[in-house]
Design a protein around this ligand. Sequence first.
Ligand code: FES
Ligand SMILES: [Fe+2]
Length: 445
Amino acid sequence: MMSREQNDRISRVGPGDPAGRLLRRYWQPVALLDEFDEARVGPRPVKAVRVLGQDFVLFRDEQGRWGLLDRDCPHRGADLAYGRREDGGLRCPFHGWLFDVEGRCLETPAEPEGSRLCDRVRQRAWPVQVRAGAIWAWLGDGEPAAFPELDCFVAPDTHVFAFKGLWECNWLQSVEVGIDPAHASFLHRFFEDEQPGEQSYGRQFRSASSDSDLPMTKVMREHFRPEIYVEPAPHGLQLTALRRISDNATHVRITNQVFPQAFAIPLSDEMTITQFHVPVDDVNNYWYAFFTSFGAPIDKALMREQRLKMHELPEYRPRVGRGNQYGFDPREQLEQTYTGMGTDINVHDQWACESQGPIQDRTREHLGTTDKAIMAYRRLLLQAIDTVEKGGTPPMSMDAAQAGAVRGPVTMDAIGPGGSVEALRDFGRGIDARRRARASWGAGR
Ligand code: FES
Ligand SMILES: [Fe+2]
């Protein structure tokens, strides 16, 4: 159990909050490139974005350069998200002041001829980079850190697909669902099995593991008391969850906490997901998922279409959610699924996060043995917050030389032999290494 002060300390993200100051030491995804498709955004690539409780305007100037500026005009505060994109920048519609992607004031057209007012005005501009199908921003002070060489940042564009969705709750409880190996046996339980087959949208725990014909639904349902091991890793934490099926068969799943606010999990034999939970403010967050393939190029049109069906644009708000009771059906809960909320596991996870409340009240929780990764992660988070407060550099906020040392991470899900956790971890890492070695883009470096 935590004190209220500690809970605030690890969850709130405003510019003056301890966790907010920590998260400003990392690149944050602020939009998908897809959102700037001409078909979507029209002739004017300008969007308002809210991240970490702050409002910005993100735009692309006529030369194709990206800019992220504070949203309030430095003249008298009008909204630059309605700006005119012209003449080398973004022009405020109130009195025509013009700003370039670096926040320089280029014109104050109503001022007298020869006015030097422009020289004294600068709009705050934030560094921006395009990576893995998303636009990332550096919202802190000082020199931006380097990107770690995670799979999603190293793979070519053809092998990474990015999507996002809005969850109405604090970011931290969303990260914590991703490092909780026990919940899959309950929250994602199906009472009947399907023949193992094609991976498809939202059916991660419904197909088979690598190298096995055992339906995952059966493994999850019948082996609901996993052994969970948590180890420190260069990227944060590595989790190994074992489900002993028989003396010589064990379900092995390796997942990761990628510090500070992502997790990396297997999706299928060929694909891994790195998912960042990015605070909009204290009580809303976007998940940004980066699907990375070690095999064939990704059919992005198909993946996009499957997910767009479930989300309302332009906010990427899920169509199923609190407003329609997550599709809850008591008969289905009796007969088919543990939740009664349909077969899309993303909906289950969304319910699990949102129903904890806008910010989970950790003063009233009771953690158990299965929450050991969550406890380890909170310790890391508190330490990193202390480090930043004392003027130090938190983990994973790296220079270019250090960034090369953070790779992968290993993710896998397969049925292995019996044996010790060490042996099974090696078995799992071996499977991951083999698919990396086969990847066309050097995932096995
Ligand atoms: S408020 Fe923007 S130009 Fe006056
Ligand atoms: Fe889940």
